[in-house]
Ligand binder design. Sequence first.
Ligand code: SAH
Length: 392
Amino acid sequence: MHVVKINPGREKSALHRHPWLFSGAMNPPAGTPGSGETVRVLDTNGRFLGWAAWSGESQIRLRFWSFDERETIDRDFFRRRLSRAIELRSGMDHASNAMRLVNGESDGLPGLIVDRYGEVLVMQLLAAGPESWRDVLCDELQALTGVQAIYERSDADVRELEGLPLRSGLLRGELPAVTDIIEHGLRYRVNVAAGQKTGFYLDQRANRHRIGSLANGADVLNCFCYTGGFSLAALRGGARSVLSVDSSGDALDAARVNLSLNDLPSERATWMEADVFQYLRRLRDEGRSYDLIVLDPPKFAPTAQHVERASRAYKDINLWAMKLLRTGGHLATFTCSGGMTAELFQKVVAGSAWDVRADMRLIERFTADIDHPVSLNFPEGDYLKGLLLRKV
Ligand code: SAH
């Protein structure tokens, strides 16, 4: 087994059980470990720090599996970690037959995401470590959940930073003709093979439900609507009208299907394929206004380096949304950017309000739903942040 020694002073994060160590924290070990190989990590004095997966091509060179010297990283280890993740969620009242079963670093399984959609598991292997344990992970997931169908969606760009090819396809079992989930009583059809991420944004479940409760009698604008999650929740909540905007025609087609699967007043829904940045300006030119606006854009700042440009983008859409908001109306605004802290996001949104002289009150904060627990040793896991604002 390869041994990796960490440079003096660079072991601190590992002592606090942060799961990552960057390439600059170590000298190359004697001999090169294979991609994803488990290595023994020591501090400069030879003191044991942990067992980690080696990612030779990535800036995140080591991801810790365990900080316990007695532990062996083998099939039993993965069974224990997977069952701990599943156990943590058992009995959770999340009002759906879909949930995130494994949330990567926060479940002690860096680089591994598993979402369950009814009788289908969708797996993302985002780093060299879990990549090298693919078969074991499949075996143990099948055994622990009883679900036979496992679909791989390792087609996220971050794989390229690991030097891993993008890959997706069926790994085990068979996919049913359709994969429908029920969330808070609403039916959504999930395209696990071609949808975004693993097919659906499970993290927004509770927030969709909350927004539904604010929608009675409201004219609603849902920006970045994807397959209509917030739109359907608003219609069910009694919205008078819901205008939903997304740049993806495929997402809008799926949204229309989702609407048809539910007993909702479809004549109140309008779907618009457009770029939100331009479209908000157009709505303003047309003199339109709304009681409830949702802004749930994609990651504008995947890492801290993109924060400045991302801040401008967040400021822009929030500013236009505030102009379109009626007095007394609600704005639910989100960021899912890892590089954007909650403090900075609130500051950016405050800047938008200042620019348009809108008097906004912070009513609530949003996070990801309860099946996305965040390890306190891994604050980066707290990526979804939202503000519910009211215009006075
Ligand atoms: N709120 C959704 C998830 C939104 S994901 C839910 O609850 O399911 C972000 C969406 O933004 C994606 O559907 C993507 O297609 C869309 N998108 C990205 N850039 C866009 C742009 N400039 N204008 C409009 N939509 C955009």
